[in-house]
Design a protein around this ligand. Structure first.
Ligand SMILES: [Zn+2]
Ligand SMILES: [Zn+2]
Length: 337
């Protein structure tokens, strides 16, 4: 089979390899679609993410769909939860598998991911998808899960006014889930006009182009809310200016949810501003208990994931998918192994 490995920053190589053997509790999957994520771009550009570094030539890929390739369930189409938590530790036992420090995560650290034709994965992490969800949309259930978890953390109330700073795939999914959770007014910012167009088209968000120098968008949002600000703001850019905008536009007593992953592994905010507003600040660690909801949201057409997929490439052209994601062309690039 073919597998794409990251040898060093900017160095991807396609290899011919034997099909791996599943271990106990695992089943062999034939991978059908893999989304390229901002975190994959951190690996690709920096040879790591946060404090994790390349330990061997790594197969990236954690947003994926597959078909079971062996055994009694052969042919079943599945969405795949990329995080295998230990199930034993205090955090797992208390219902927070996303916080498990022993997690094996697909395409991260020493765990090879999905940019290959076949891979074994734990059976418990597979979620059968109905025929109403195609393979590419099934791969989008992973980032949708992150958006659902972010909205869960916000405890959104019906009628809320919500901001999303950064309209990449996670931002665009968060907007849709926030609307589904009862937000009646959505504000969206991004540097890129095509992403703002998507935010407006997908959920009628009031869009403001991010002005990197003066952050005019923060003033514009405050003016649009008569100075009150927004109940909940999701920072989905992983950029310090986006964090600053989020803290500026959130209302007194509001909630800021930090979803983005900063390249320099630091997040800062103006302490006096945050204190004066009495803000609640939450950080998003992956997701938990989201797949059944994500599947229903997509199959019942409450959330549109397919319009986010703007580029498709075969595995032999996967490097082009990384280039598209790196340069923020379109919205989501997907590789079909
Ligand atoms: Zn991701
Ligand atoms: Zn655990």
């Amino acid at each position: 089979m073919k597998a794409l490995r990251l040898h060093a920053a900017h160095t991807l190589r396609l290899h011919e390899e034997p099909i791996p053997e599943p271990q106990a509790g695992e089943v062999l999957l034939r991978v059908t679609a893999v989304g390229i994520c901002g975190s994959d771009i951190h690996w690709y550009e920096e040879g790591g993410i946060g404090d994790a570094r390349l330990s061997h030539p790594l197969v990236l890929g954690h947003e994926f769909a597959a078909e079971i390739a062996e055994g009694p369930l052969r042919g079943t189409r599945v969405a795949v939860d990329p995080a295998i938590s230990c199930g034993q530790c205090e955090w797992c036992q208390q219902g927070h598998p996303n916080l498990c420090p022993h997690t094996r995560f697909s395409g991260h650290g020493s765990q090879d991911g999905a940019l290959r034709e076949y891979m074994p994965w734990r059976t418990e992490n597979l979620h059968a998808v109905p025929d109403t969800i195609d393979d590419i949309s099934a791969a989008m259930l992973e980032p949708l899960g992150v958006a659902i978890h972010s909205v869960d953390l916000a405890h959104l109330r019906p009628g809320a006014h919500v901001g999303v700073i950064g309209c990449g795939p996670i931002g665009l999914l968060t907007l849709q889930v926030a609307r589904l959770a009862g937000a009646v007014r959505l504000f969206a910012t991004d540097c890129l006009p095509h992403r703002l167009e998507a935010a407006h088209a997908l959920c009628a968000a009031e869009v403001h182009q991010a002005d990197l120098e003066h952050r005019e968008e923060a003033r514009a949002i405050l003016a649009a809310t008569k100075g009150r600000g927004l109940d909940v703001v999701f920072e989905c850019a992983g950029d310090q200016r986006a964090v600053d905008t989020a803290f500026d536009v959130v209302r007194i007593g509001g909630i800021v949810i930090l979803c983005g992953v900063p390249s320099d592994d630091r997040t800062a905010f103006v302490a006096s501003l945050a204190r004066r507003k009495g803000l609640t600040i939450k950080l998003v660690r992956r997701m938990k208990h989201t797949y059944p909801r994500a599947i229903e949201m997509v199959s019942r057409r409450f959330v549109n994931v397919s319009d986010l997929v703007t580029h498709r490439f075969p595995l032999c052209e996967a490097e082009r998918a990384f280039a598209v994601a790196q340069h923020r062309e379109g919205i989501k690039a997907v590789v079909i192994p």
